[in-house]
Design a protein around this ligand. Structure first.
Ligand SMILES: C[S@@+](CC[C@H](N)C(=O)[O-])C[C@H]1O[C@@H](n2cnc3c(N)ncnc32)[C@H](O)[C@@H]1O
Length: 211
């Protein structure tokens, strides 16, 4: 199953940025900066971006985190990471790294990051991987660390909404739909405090979870 999904994302990586540019009004990565800003990112932060895809959040973070900090993007699709790597080259950030890994088994020592982010991806994980990932996030965050997760709100347009639910159904379990509806209880199993905000665009929700 995982191998098939990796292959799917490898293929998707060739058109991912174009698809996002077509249907998103967020041309200047406003949402990614909103997510980063709300985590309280400092220029010396050690930040881990999960399911980084073509690197949108990690690349935006290079404007906010200096060479005193660290930025790591993780994804299990080599295709996605190749795109992210290419985009990152021109930014010349000395402490920007891309790591090929499954987010349910993070190859990092415990308590090594101040911030973990995940944008528009957690709802796509199957429930076993999502639970393993939440556990891993808690493990790799330093005391006082924060997990910032951005997810889609239920689309207003009936056609887009139908496609969104079709996508959720294709992910398998009833739990995925429950997660997409209300992520808070899932996060509260692992984190001491969870806040939920709406993005200024009204199309995304931001969850901030504190260790
Ligand atoms: C919809 S994209 C989101 C990309 C990016 N965060 C963004 O906001 O543009 C989902 C990403 O999650 C990655 N992914 C899915 N399951 C994963 C897993 N188990 N481990 C690592 N990456 C995974 C996919 O390869 C894909 O790049």
């Amino acid at each position: 199953m995982k191998r098939w999904r990796r292959r799917y994302y490898d293929l998707f990586s060739h058109i991912y940025d174009r698809i996002i540019a077509l249907h998103s009004r967020d041309k200047s990565s406003f949402l990614r900066y909103f997510l980063l800003e709300k985590t309280g990112v400092k220029d010396s932060a050690f930040l881990l971006d999960l399911c980084t895809g073509t690197g949108a959040v990690a690349l935006a973070a290079t404007r906010l985190i200096s060479d005193k900090g660290l930025i790591v993007g993780v994804d299990f699709s080599e295709g996605m990471l190749r795109k992210a790597y290419k985009k990152g080259l021109s930014l010349k950030h000395p402490r920007l790294f891309w790591v090929l890994a499954n987010v349910g088994e993070l190859p990092f020592i415990s308590q090594s990051f101040d911030i973990v982010t995940c944008s528009h991806a957690m709802y796509e994980l199957d429930s076993a991987t999502r639970e393993a990932t939440l556990k891993e996030i808690k493990r790799v965050l330093k005391p006082g660390g924060v997990f910032g997760m951005m997810e889609h709100c239920e689309p207003q347009n009936p056609l887009v909404r139908a496609l969104y639910y079709l996508r959720l159904a294709s992910m398998g379990s009833y739990e995925n739909r429950a997660f997409a509806k209300d992520e808070k209880p899932f996060l509260e199993k692992y984190f001491s405090k969870v806040e939920k905000l709406l993005s200024p665009t009204g199309n995304s929700k931001l969850l901030l979870a504190y260790v």
